[in-house]
Design a binder for this molecule. Structure first.
Ligand code: SF4
Length: 321
């Protein structure tokens, strides 16, 4: 059984942790529940932290002359300064963080779909955007695994989120060792993941660990981390997964019968046409990795990037890739 480090994940506290919503309720969330034994959650409710009680009157994002304000219409309170101050100090206090699960549509936590109004009275929104706490998260952690519960209903987005948080957690362990050898091993073991996400960045990462200029290890780690975030910033497409799987198939080209190869190519076609999940193709490859004792592939995190218990192929159908 593979061992996995525990990613540190900041989550909106109203998911499963506290009845802190404006109306005094807690929101049940299966994904957060399921993830609980495998990650270190850091729950936070920014609205409670800035002193708004539970229950409380609603607040809204108002945009005036290009400036975003957080207003409580019933009291006329303007809370932006407090919210930005809290967000900066909270995010600045975090030692390590590998991902965020935030509440959609919230004027504080929503990552892109909080309603934006032209003033505190007008009931019709003029657009949507991030809430004020999420705005600071996106600013401080560009390229990080930041999702809301709605997007995580989609299988592909959820799979990529899990892959990213567990890869970032493995990288944290790697960088603590502060050696080029540890970085080289990390690059080698995660190569197929990088191949499926972003081949250009994969090559850059390879160059960085090569360290031709003999830079100090701290500089190499920091440059590597920057490009690791870039490499994993976009959910992979089916076509890049197929390229990666074809590359893996190459390791068995002399060992498989023509019927076995044809069967695999047929599976890939079904995957390309959305008829089967990626895991169905990977399972076949894994059986060959075991049968032929293919050590290099066995070490590849691509084939098991996060604990199997977290695989859940239910899908909202939204945002398919
Ligand atoms: S969405 Fe954010 S601010 Fe609102 S209750 Fe949940 S944690 Fe608190």
């Amino acid at each position: 059984m593979k061992k996995f480090p525990k990613p540190a994940v900041v989550t909106s506290k109203c998911f499963e942790f506290d009845a802190c919503r404006y109306n005094g309720v807690m929101i049940p969330n299966n994904f957060v529940q399921k993830l609980e034994p495998f990650v270190k959650f850091i729950p936070v409710c920014p609205e409670v932290e800035i002193g708004l009680g539970v229950p409380r009157d609603v607040i809204r994002v108002v945009e005036k002359k290009g400036k975003r304000l957080l207003i409580q219409p019933t009291t006329g309170k303007e809370l932006s300064k407090k919210m930005y101050k809290f967000s900066d100090s909270f995010l600045g206090s975090l030692d390590t963080v590998d991902g965020f699960i935030l509440k959609s549509r919230s004027p504080s936590c929503g990552i892109k779909d909080a309603k934006i109004f032209s003033d505190s009275e007008n009931p019709s929104p003029i657009g949507r955007g991030p809430g004020l706490f999420a705005e600071k998260v996106l600013e401080k952690y560009p390229g990080s695994a930041i999702e809301d519960e709605g997007r995580l209903m989609n299988f592909t987005i959820r799979e990529s989120f899990l892959t990213r948080i567990f890869t970032f957690a493995r990288f944290r362990e790697t960088k603590e060792k502060k050696t080029i050898k540890a970085l080289v091993d990390f690059q080698s073991d995660n190569k197929f993941i990088f191949m499926s996400y972003n081949q250009t960045e994969m090559r850059k990462l390879g160059k960085i660990v090569g360290n031709q200029d003999k830079k100090p290890i701290e500089d190499v780690i920091s440059e590597y981390e920057e490009h690791l975030n870039k490499a994993l910033s976009k959910t992979p497409r089916r076509s890049t997964h197929i390229n990666t799987l074809m590359h893996a198939l190459g390791y068995f080209s002399k060992k498989l019968t023509s019927k076995e190869k044809a069967y695999f190519l047929d599976l890939l076609e079904n995957y390309r046409n959305h008829k089967i999940p990626l895991s169905a193709v990977i399972t076949v490859l894994q059986s060959w990795i075991i049968k032929y004792d293919e050590e290099y592939l066995e070490r590849q995190t691509y084939f098991e990037p996060y604990p199997r218990q977290l695989i859940e192929i239910s899908d909202s159908g939204k945002g398919r890739t």
